[in-house]
Write a protein that binds this ligand. Sequence first.
Ligand SMILES: [Mg+2]
Length: 362
Amino acid sequence: MRVTVAALETVRGGLAHPASNARARWTERGGVLIVLACEKGHRGQGEASPLPGFSPDTADAAWRALAGLAGRAFPCELDLCLPVAPQVAAILREHAPAEPSVRFALETALFDLAGQRLGLPVSVLLAGSWPTRAVPLAALLDGEEPEALVAGARAARLAGFPAVKVKVARPWRFEAELEALERVRLELGSHVALRLDANGAWSRAEAPVRLAALARFQPEFVEQPVPADQLPGWRDAPVPLAADETLALPGGFDRLRAEGGAQVAVLKPTVLGGLLRCRALAAEAQAAGMQVVISHALEGPVALAAAAELALSLETAPLACGLAPHAGLEAWPGAAVKQLAGPAIVPAPVRGLGLAPLAGSA
Ligand SMILES: [Mg+2]
């Protein structure tokens, strides 16, 4: 199969429901879409949407890198009689884009195109076998006010989500957050897990007190209570901990594995460099006794579908994944992510990502 670049375009749009965490607030979202084509007219889509204030790269850098790759790496050949994943890995190695979102976009588009041509989902191309199970989803509760959080918790419980996540650690709001969490925990009952995410906002000195106050809500885990470089080596936390920002540090995962500090690894392909890299990290983390969550960075439907296929492809089941539809999707033209069915990612007999071409890319 001869692969060429059919389109490269930016997408940007406002969010009617802004997203926020302890450190940032997003009122608009966007990224770069790359569309690859083969000689038989199939198309594969990939998305580079670095999250400002979170990702190590930027949308401008992603655009420049993808434009450069378009002239350098293409046309290229994929032999569809051979396994696709090693060929995609070789293309990435040869052209070695440094920006993690660009690696993700490039490999997503290649896998989507190969899947369209072969009539196989991306998860099958990644794993070499068909997924045998659905993957439960965790719902991210929007809003900062207690009423919004409680309403979100109720909706998630009634919809059958096994877990919800709440962002905490906003400046000067901890007491209000505790009151809101009291109500959220009550609303969730004992069967829905509660995850909390501090996005690295607390110092190593204050975090133990904060976590001790949160322990009564029996969180499944608290994600990134301290800055990225301060999590490795922390062994006496009063609640289970998850690593997110730490994993984006060079050597961050290796330090966690060697020194401890987190029982859960939150893997985001946009931030960590794509599907193959996250699959390798997931396997290493699980082999080291950690649990794994696949999550998004408020990207569009192409990245979300790709992350859903990644979750389905894992040989060892992840925890409920943070891939439920989110506020960032408002910035993108409508496209149904077929793998997401209520409170679970369900294996679907899709071709590639199973997405219709986004507006302007057909
Ligand atoms: Mg996080």
